[in-house]
Write a protein that binds this ligand. Structure first.
Ligand SMILES: [Zn+2]
Length: 295
């Protein structure tokens, strides 16, 4: 089969990462700053200007909900409302361009070439300032009818009045306990101020009892959320990525134990792995998404 070239684009709030791929192999990568002025209207043109030449296809990962037809339904970080950035890219370059959510792109990258390699159905959980997830079933990204498949960060972990207020307008969401910001908040609640999420988890791993209790709260909530997702999609494997997951094996083992406590018996023992592609997961997954479309 003739080899083809694809662009994988990962649009973040401050930087756009771009990779040129030959089939599944990354040839080169670079980045451009994300200019969110004027409603984010310069972003696509800036990306296109940086491209070294033609390609057979492209896909763009964006931080927001994407409908199955490629329509973006708001990216707050980019100042985008409802728009079709893939069409704009294609009109400027002549290269067909698909669009997908960034957690879904990372999920596809990790399933195919990263921590979930060898498994066809993978739940990828991104632990950063929020908690997001992407679902890959039978080798294909499943974005859902509203582009909301995998939004486990807004499962309600604490429905009581004491539940922490969430950015989504509700209370007690998982994201308020298991994200980097959630973990810092739990530490403050436990009387520990001035520590970053990394410092908290490092201290917990080193055996500080107060920080360990904070980490256990975060991991219990996360294990519960993953168990809830597993009850619906029953994946072969779960992959943990994002900055918080850099806590490594300490975090992985704790989340696995919490998951096994909460999971339906048939799902217990589903392996939980750490992500392997780092911050390239999104652009790699985007390129795979373009390739899968047979551009
Ligand atoms: Zn929420």
């Amino acid at each position: 089969m003739e080899s083809k070239r694809y662009y994988g684009v990962d649009v973040g709030g401050t930087t756009v990462k771009i990779g040129l791929f030959q089939d599944e192999q990354l040839l080169e990568k670079w980045s451009v700053p994300t200019d969110i002025s004027d409603g984010g209207s310069h972003i696509i043109r800036d990306i296109v200007r940086s491209l070294p030449g033609p390609a057979d296809g492209a896909a763009m990962a964006v931080p927001g909900a994407v409908l199955p037809d490629g329509t973006v339904n708001r990216c707050v970080n980019l100042n985008w409302g409802v728009c079709r950035p893939g069409d704009e890219f294609a009109a400027l370059t002549g290269i067909p361009c698909r669009v997908l959510n960034d957690a879904n792109a990372a999920a596809l990258g990790e399933q195919r070439l990263g921590g979930g390699r060898g498994h066809e159905s993978v739940l990828f959980v991104a632990l950063g300032t929020g908690v997001g997830a992407g679902v890959v079933l039978d080798g294909h990204v499943r974005a859902g009818t509203h582009g909301a498949a995998g939004e486990i960060g807004h499962l309600c972990w604490d429905p009581s009045e004491a539940g922490a207020p969430c950015t989504c307008g509700r209370r007690g969401c998982l994201e308020q306990y298991s994200s980097a910001t959630g973990i810092v908040r739990l530490a403050v609640q436990a009387g520990v101020t001035g520590l970053s999420c990394k410092q908290i988890l490092d201290g917990a791993a080193a055996g500080d009892p107060v920080l360990e209790a904070v980490a256990d709260q975060a991991f219990d909530a996360l294990g519960w959320g993953i168990a809830a997702a597993a009850a619906v999609i029953d994946p072969e494997a779960v992959v943990l990525g994002g900055g918080v997951a850099l806590a490594g094996e300490y975090l992985r083992a704790k989340v696995q134990a919490a998951f096994d406590r909460f999971a339906f018996h048939a799902c217990q023992g589903t392996p939980i792995y750490l992500a392997a592609l780092g911050s390239d997961a999104g652009l790699i997954g985007a390129a795979l998404y373009a390739k899968d479309a047979g551009c």
